[in-house]
Design a protein around this ligand. Structure first.
Ligand code: ACO
Length: 324
């Protein structure tokens, strides 16, 4: 049986038009631009318009990734959507995106791993492509976290934003793929930490949507150790290292977590892609937004080895190495 690898064909993203700066937030809650920038690195975030749903953002990002790949929607036979803010409890928002794109074959489903969702979704799509069950996948992260924020809680409302990103993966025979493709991925969950970052509602508990709640210091305390451990697993599995990667595209949650993780792993600051200042924490959408920026501004070139990581509610955390 021939070996198949999942190769990145295209990447895209979408941010809603409405921009909310730190100064705008300071007019609503007791905070300041200085506090937010110093603690998180965030300067502004985008917020979805009334009536604009997660699926709308996901469709825009998917179309931009398809255009980048030079493919039609009909070329796609798998959609994996990472989201914690679905349009409805069911059907899966991926089904809505599939229908909006006019795709009537293959499969589409949602995946819920909060901020780690993109790496979980990439790994899931990669596993499906490598079996040959599907040929081309859209891996999408789309979130409207603005809808689950408590806008009176300054400890959380300043951190998040809305947005979407998408990657097109194609299953290619290893001989044709060469060194390209998803090299490895490592996924972790430890549910003992599930009350440190959660939403206080849901269909089977309160029959409401609920609001995001977080013990910020506890998240921070665990983040760097978990992120660096799962990256070291990726290095150990492949023989790659901080020296052999070209780019580190981390979860865009917080500048301090990114800097501390890169420092602990001895990744040179010039290899770190940081876009959190422009969109805040967009949860599952973040990595793809950052990937899109770094691909389109010419930093990520064909053949580059890109290290991805994420950490979020659950706790979940994950890493992946992708040869572009
Ligand atoms: N503006 C001004 N003051 C604030 C704000 C705000 N927006 N939020 C909290 N404060 C105050 C607090 O009330 C507290 O005041 P007090 O000392 O008078 O009680 C003070 O600032 C310090 O509060 P801490 O929570 O201890 O602040 P900390 O330095 O830990 O920073 C932060 C808070 C930024 C949330 C930090 O804990 C953090 O980054 N945690 C990680 C959170 C994260 O990234 N979550 C994303 C999801 S998980 C992930 O993606 C990795």
């Amino acid at each position: 049986m021939s070996v198949i690898r999942s190769v990145v064909r295209g990447v895209g993203s979408y941010l809603p038009e409405r921009l909310v700066t730190n100064a705008d937030l300071a007019a609503e809650v007791d905070t300041s631009d200085e506090w937010i920038v110093q603690r998180t690195g965030i300067r502004e975030r985008h917020i979805a318009a009334d009536g604009q749903m997660t699926s709308d953002l996901g469709v825009r990002a998917a179309r931009s990734a398809l255009a980048d790949a030079g493919l039609e929607a009909s070329d796609i036979d798998l959609i994996v959507l990472a989201t914690s803010t679905p349009d409805q409890t069911f059907p899966a928002t991926a089904a809505t995106i599939q229908a909006e794109l006019g795709i009537t074959h293959g499969a589409a489903f949602d995946l819920q791993a909060v901020c780690s969702g993109f790496v979980f979704a990439l790994s899931t799509a990669d596993a499906h492509l490598r079996t040959g069950m599907f040929k081309r996948a859209l891996v999408i992260g789309a979130e409207t976290f603005s809808r689950i924020l408590d806008w009176t809680d300054r400890g959380t409302c300043v951190l998040f934003g809305d947005g979407a990103g998408a990657v097109v993966l194609e299953g290619v025979a290893a001989e044709a793929a060469g060194a390209r493709g998803v090299i490895t991925s490592h996924l972790r969950t430890d549910g003992r930490h599930r009350t440190k970052l959660y939403v206080d509602g849901g269909p089977s508990s309160t029959q409401t949507v609920g609001h995001l709640r977080m013990e910020g210091r506890e998240v921070f305390r665990h983040a760097v150790g978990m992120i660096t451990d799962v990256i070291e697993d990726a290095f150990a599995a492949t023989g790659e290292s901080a020296d052999t990667i070209q780019w580190f595209v981390p979860h865009q949650a917080n500048r301090r977590i990114i800097d501390a993780s890169a420092q602990k792993l001895q990744i040179a600051p010039g290899k770190v892609v940081t876009t959190v200042d422009r969109h805040g924490n967009t949860s599952a959408a973040y990595i793809k937004l950052a990937l899109d920026v770094a691909r389109k501004d010419g930093r990520i070139q064909d053949g580059d080895l890109v290290l991805l990581e994420a950490m979020g509610g659950g706790f979940t955390w994950a890493s992946a190495l992708v040869r572009w």
